[in-house]
Write a protein of this length. Sequence first.
Length: 222
Amino acid sequence: SLADSCNAADLAAWKAQHPDHTIVSYINCSAAVKALSDIICTSGNAVKVVNSIPPDRPILFCPDENLGQWVMEQTGRKMILWPGVCHVHVKFTHESLQKLRQAHPDAKIVAHPECLPIVRSMADEVCSTEKMLAYCKASPAKKFIIVTESGMLHRLKKELPGVEFIAGPTDTCSCNECEYMKKNTLAKCVAALENLAPEITVPEDIRRRALIPIERMLALGR
């Protein structure tokens, strides 16, 4: 998973060698990595977060390098990118999307910024999952190719029943699912609520340190 691509020990070692850098971490990382970060971001507010950092401060962006590349394109800000990727989004390719675009020339392509640059370049819109819904609602188009984890189509179809949504394909599959996300089933959710288990405990020192960069992010939205 994306979180596994950046462990706290490696980030701590990097931070010790680059104490002058501001560490911006995508929210899809571990609590221990958040505790080492200066500020957290989501795919929806990453541009705003990076723009809030003084221009003379060097930045490390982690753990998703494709999201980081997209943020650099939007802000013009140079950053060091941690070499991590979302295994779901990097499976989308130019070839797989080109075939679908030829089959549906009237469809708008909407891609997540964690996709590869060549895939983002094909999209009519690049945005977070939350902004995908807003874009599709505002667009006069009636057909969209959605280039992100296929579970997003459920919400889009539910909120926009008169619109056709097509899952972005990979080279080997007509859709793209995250096996980690799909481990969370309705049956498991019910069992967790009924049994209040399994319980996850975050060490208090990590919880306190991880809360600081999260609150810095939230303060930007106030």
